[in-house]
Design a protein around this ligand. Structure first.
Ligand SMILES: C[S@@+](CC[C@H](N)C(=O)[O-])C[C@H]1O[C@@H](n2cnc3c(N)ncnc32)[C@H](O)[C@@H]1O
Length: 253
């Protein structure tokens, strides 16, 4: 049976790669990647750089993620169709480029447990394509850890919970969950949609990369300015990824 290493490569710098990740990469016969149409050139270059540095003879096979209808008549049916199609494409590439007893690898941005579909796709290849593999997961440094390190922050306050959500969900996040709330996948400026006078934001873009930008302050003071900065940075680089912690600073802080 094949073995598949799902390797977290960290979110940003090639120096985030752990010794375990390097070893996993070196043991792989081939690396496979499912690229979305909008995968950014900088991120692709970083992945190639990691392979070139640590295991230059390992081939990389990139498969373009199939298109998905975002407004289908039957949402459930469309999602299943899409899952089947991407599982079929990837399984075909794996069967073509590796042997039945080989070890192969997927390089995952950040950590595989956080807003990433690789483990789900591996399950789909088993379900729909009868491609059974031993799965091993190698953890990576998430964008959240890079953010907290950059701001020299504790993620939690004593005894408090931490909430992790997406930009889309922030609008409906309760005040309780916003006490220590990490936001990822924000295509816009969700911090402007749900804040109080006491909401403080610790923001980071392009974390771990040479373009890293950090800002911190009360949303009521810097929120609009941050939205403008995000717009400018997106124009300058052609893409942006940001992560932030929203924290209610009150008498308990
Ligand atoms: C599809 S999720 C992948 C998260 C990843 N698995 C992780 O462990 O960080 C992509 C989101 O992660 C965050 N992200 C990833 N890398 C980042 C970086 N270098 N700087 C800022 N945010 C980043 C952004 O919120 C982005 O929208």
């Amino acid at each position: 049976m094949r073995t598949v290493s799902v390797i977290g490569i960290g979110a940003g710098s090639p120096e985030f790669l752990t010794l375990q990740a390097i070893s996993g990469l070196r043991h792989a016969r081939a690396v496979f990647a499912l690229d979305k149409g909008d995968t950014k050139a900088d991120l692709l270059a970083l992945r190639q750089h990691i392979i070139d540095t640590h295991s230059p003879s390992t081939p990389l096979y990139s498969i373009t993620d199939p298109e998905r209808d975002r407004n289908p008549d039957n949402y459930q049916a469309e999602v299943i169709r899409w899952h089947k199609q991407r599982a079929a494409l990837l399984a075909e590439a794996i069967r073509t480029h590796s042997g039945e007893n080989d070890t192969i690898a997927f390089l995952v941005w950040g950590d595989p447990s956080l807003y990433d579909s690789t483990l789900r796709i591996i399950e789909h290849m088993e379900t729909y394509e009868n491609l059974n593999m031993n799965v091993q997961v190698i953890p990576g440094i998430t964008a959240i850890q890079v953010l907290t390190a950059a701001h020299k922050l504790l993620l939690n306050r004593i005894g408090e919970a931490i909430h992790i959500t997406t930009g889309r969900n922030l609008k409906t996040t309760s005040a309780h969950n916003r006490r220590n709330c990490v936001v990822m996948l924000d295509g816009a400026n969700a911090w402007l949609e749900n804040f109080s006078d006491n909401t403080y934001i610790y923001w980071g873009a392009y974390l771990g990369t040479e373009h890293q930008v950090l800002r911190a302050g009360y949303v009521k003071d810097i929120g609009e300015e941050l939205a403008e900065l995000k717009k400018q940075l997106r124009t300058t680089h052609g893409w942006i990824m940001d992560t932030y912690l929203l924290r209610e600073l009150d008498e308990h802080a």
